[in-house]
Design a protein around this ligand. Structure first.
Ligand code: GTP
Length: 436
């Protein structure tokens, strides 16, 4: 009897795996537009947030790595309302990096909301009859348990599966909170940023939907919204339809939304400060899963200013780090852990960089120190200057230092936990300030 039950379970498992492998799946990345990502300023002033580099590559590039490994997934559609000219260079590069994926950008004529854009492009999404659709927010990085989600999704008859993660209780109301039936894994109640505590399990911004049922649910949500606005002329009559509030919340009450709970690492990139833990997460995960993505050449020696150092083989690197292959790092510098260094960066004699992102073409002069910071493109950090934030302590908000593009920090100046707007020259030390 026991053996029978075991083998039946085994067969069901095999059947689910076979179903996952033979299904056609598409993915949609919701990338928003220029009016989104305001909390990411000043870093989003020069580059759209989804294209900001963490772990050495644009945020959404990392989701493409994960999606490119899903069996039967051949098309990824980016939906947003940025100008095509801003997104198309990324599409070109990504199409080269992921030759097994067809990657396209579909532009909304205005912000249509997280469900409105999906509905507007439903014919393109449904072309080729995909049975399942991954919908991914562009502002998350995580362990991407996509195969596990597919198995979970195939085991229920709901409309969709939402990935859900636990966050500290005091942080929960900044997210979409979900109450989950522990027996069935159905999401019973879903509220976006509730005023009162509801649950510390939250929407992780990654979904898997049954294609046809998804669009039926969005259609129902649109009808409800239209009816509400015809019944009540005061009700908002914008064209936006939100996936979370307008579609998923009512769906939870019908028992047709399921939650896949995971302890897999996850970071949502809302504020500029959250790019630092996101960077660390990506570097740590590539270190174990795909070290080739942390590629770098033997570091170039900038200057052998002292004979003693001429025998050293290179700077001291505390892994994990991403160092672009054309960055030049002095032999005496110490870098890491959790540092990403972009193209054309020069790091001088005796410098120290830790838990930071240094963007393209920045110069860090001799004996400078950059800790828990994001340094924008084309900045200059003078000799013996110090740019630093503070590490995360006991659930507190991380206070990092952020320099916008083309900022110069002069010799010996100390910038601590400041946000600096682009093109500033800092000749005096500052602490906990926004420098406009
Ligand atoms: P808040 O969390 O409320 O600050 O807003 P947000 O825009 O940062 O996040 P939201 O939960 O609204 O969006 C989730 C994802 O959908 C993000 O990746 C956004 O870029 C994207 N998004 C938001 N609104 C739209 C929209 O109108 N159209 C498209 N295509 N994407 C959107």
């Amino acid at each position: 009897m026991l053996r029978d039950r075991k083998s039946t379970r085994h067969e069901v498992g095999l059947l689910l795996l076979t179903r996952c492998a033979t299904m056609t799946t598409k993915a949609v990345l919701l990338i928003g537009g220029p009016s989104k990502g305001t909390r990411f300023r000043p870093l989003s002033l020069d580059v759209p947030k989804p294209l900001f580099c963490v772990g050495g590559r644009p945020i959404i590039w990392h989701s493409l790595v994960a999606l490119s490994h899903v069996q039967g997934l051949t098309e990824v559609l980016l939906i947003g309302f940025y100008d095509e000219a801003v997104i198309n260079p990324f599409i070109k590069d990504a199409s080269r990096d992921f030759p097994n994926l067809s990657i396209r950008y579909l532009r909304e004529y205005q912000s249509l909301g997280t469900a409105g854009g999906l509905y507007h492009y439903r014919d393109v999404i449904l072309k080729g009859n995909p049975s399942q659709i991954f919908v991914v927010h562009s502002d998350i990085v995580c362990g991407w348990p996509l195969e596990e989600m597919q198995k979970f999704h195939s085991g229920h008859r709901g409309v969709g599966t939402m990935m859900a993660v636990k966050v500290p209780k005091e942080e929960a109301n900044k997210f979409g909170c979900v109450v989950i039936d522990p027996q069935t894994s159905q999401a019973r109640h879903y509220v976006e940023k509730p005023e009162e505590f509801l649950s510390d399990t939250v929407n992780a911004g990654l979904y898997l939907f049954d294609s046809n049922l998804l669009f039926t649910s969005i259609r129902d949500a649109m009808d409800t919204k239209l009816k509400r606005s015809s019944d009540d002329p005061e009700a908002t009559n914008d064209e936006q339809l939100r996936l979370e509030q307008d579609v998923l919340s009512p769906l939870a009450h019908t028992g047709k939304l399921y939650a896949y709970q995971t302890t897999s690492p996850w970071v949502q990139i809302k504020s500029a400060a959250s790019a630092i833990p996101a960077n660390a997460l990506i570097l740590a995960s590539y270190k174990t899963t795909n070290p080739s993505l942390l590629r770098r050449r033997s570091p170039t020696i900038l200057a052998k200013s002292r004979a003693d150092y001429s025998k050293k083989k290179g700077p001291e690197i505390v892994e994990p780090c991403f160092i672009h292959e054309d960055a030049q790092i002095d032999d005496t510098a110490k870098i890491g852990p959790n540092v990403s260094i972009g193209s054309g960066v020069k790091v001088g004699f005796g410098s120290r960089i830790k838990e930071s992102i240094i963007l393209d073409n920045t110069v860090i002069d001799k004996n400078a120190c950059v800790l828990y910071s994001i340094v924008g493109e084309e900045c200059k950090i003078g000799p013996w200057a110090r740019v630093e934030g503070a590490p995360l302590a006991g659930g507190q908000q991380q206070s990092i230092a952020i320099l916008g593009k083309d900022v110069s920090v002069l010799k010996e100046v100390h910038i601590r936990s400041c946000i600096v707007l682009p093109s500033k020259v800092l000749s005096k030390s500052a602490k906990n300030e926004v420098l406009l």
